[in-house]
Ligand binder design. Structure first.
Ligand code: FE2
Ligand code: FE2
Length: 159
C-alpha cells in the first residue's frame, strides 16, 4: 500500500490536523460509552496510537515552525505542555500495577483533557497560527504532517 494515496495536497496544515481531531473525538466518545473492560482497552489502545502519532507530527509541523516567531512562542509552549500532560496520563494507564478504579479515573481525565485541548487548539491556537504562517507554508506543512502521521500509524499498527 502506498502511503502517498492517503496524502491530500488540497489540505493545509489546519485542515489536516482537524481531520485527525475528529478521529480523536470519535474515539473518546466510543471509549466513554463502552462498559466492557476488554473493549475499553482496545479502544484506548487505538486512541493512544492516534494521540501519539498526532502530537509528534503536530509539534514538528505546526508548533516548531510557529515557535520561530515571537508571537507564536506562548501558544506553542502551552500546547506542547498539554501534550506532555496527556503523555503522563497515558504512562499511568500503561502501568500494570494500578487498580481498575485508578485506570477508569485516569482514562476519564484523559478524555476530558483531550477534548479541552482540541477545543483550545481549534478556537485559539490555530487561529493565531494562521496569522503567523504564510499560505504557502500552511499548504506544505499540511502534506508533511499527513506523511509523518501515516508513517507513524503504519509502523506501529504493524507491531
Ligand atoms: Fe495538540
Ligand atoms: Fe491537535
Amino acid at each position: 500500500m502506498s502511503q502517498d494515496n492517503n496524502i491530500q495536497l488540497d489540505k493545509d496544515i489546519f485542515a489536516a490536523l482537524i481531520d485527525k481531531h475528529e478521529v480523536q473525538r470519535d474515539l473518546c466518545d466510543k471509549l466513554e460509552k463502552e462498559t466492557d473492560n476488554d473493549k475499553r482497552n482496545t479502544i484506548y489502545q487505538e486512541l493512544k496510537l492516534e494521540l501519539q502519532a498526532h502530537a509528534a507530527a503536530e509539534e514538528r509541523h505546526l508548533y516548531i515552525p510557529v515557535m520561530q516567531h515571537d508571537d507564536g512562542l506562548d501558544l506553542s509552549r502551552h500546547a506542547i505542555t498539554e501534550h506532555h500532560e496527556m503523555d503522563e496520563m497515558m504512562e499511568t494507564l500503561g502501568d500494570g500495577r494500578i487498580s481498575q478504579e485508578t485506570w477508569d479515573n485516569t482514562c476519564a481525565d484523559l478524555i476530558h483533557k483531550v477534548r479541552h485541548h482540541l477545543k483550545e487548539e481549534e478556537n485559539e491556537f490555530f487561529k493565531q497560527a494562521r496569522k503567523i504562517l504564510d499560505d504557502d507554508l500552511q499548504q506544505r506543512l499540511g502534506a508533511l504532517y499527513q506523511v509523518e502521521h501515516d508513517e507513524f500509524m503504519q509502523k506501529h499498527e504493524a507491531e
